[in-house]
Design a binder for this molecule. Structure first.
Ligand SMILES: [Zn+2]
Length: 170
């Protein structure tokens, strides 16, 4: 590890920054995005790379996970967890939350920080997703208010299984 400690100005700036943020870690988490299909052909290493401290995994593209995909997922994230990598899953769609509900420790000790919640407009049939952080869900107790459909202007309703969200805030 190179110890290129430089002028005092840099040092000072870094110091005040740490003081202000009070963050647990000053190392930014590596961010990756998983593909739309998680199955036997998914090579996790290709997406994960070689994280060192923390990893933020975007799940927003995921549309399908089959049983071989679940095994590959567990193999990958259990391994990272054992190596001390902290795992944060963001933008989790229902297909991911369903696995979390079904399988013990699907997240390998990781946490979910945000979800994508499906909405359906009963008037024009448009479906879309709304982003909620888990802190928002805790605050509003998963009370998913209707949301305006941008196609027809009617109020679209929450369109999913409540349980997969309420378990996140227990
Ligand atoms: Zn509509």
């Amino acid at each position: 590890m190179p110890k290129a400690s430089k002028p005092s100005a840099t040092k000072k700036a870094a110091k005040s920054e740490t003081g202000k943020s009070g963050a647990k870690s000053n190392v930014a988490a590596a961010q990756i995005e998983l593909p739309s299909i998680i199955d036997e052909s998914t090579v996790f290493d290709q997406y994960i790379g070689k994280p060192t401290g923390a990893l933020m995994i975007s799940c927003k593209k995921i549309a399908r996970i089959n049983s071989a995909g679940i095994r590959a997922w567990k193999g990958c994230f259990d391994h990272l967890d054992k190596n001390g990598i902290s795992l944060t899953f963001v933008d989790c769609p229902p297909v991911v939350l369903q696995q979390v509900a079904l399988f013990d420790n699907f997240l390998s000790g990781g946490t979910i920080s945000s979800v994508l919640v499906p909405y359906l407009c009963q008037i024009c049939g448009k479906s879309f997703e709304k982003h909620y952080t888990v802190s928002e869900l805790k605050k509003n107790k998963c009370d998913f208010q209707p949301s305006k459909c941008d196609k027809c202007g009617a109020m679209a309703e929450f369109d999913d299984d409540f349980d997969i969200y309420t378990r996140l805030i227990e």
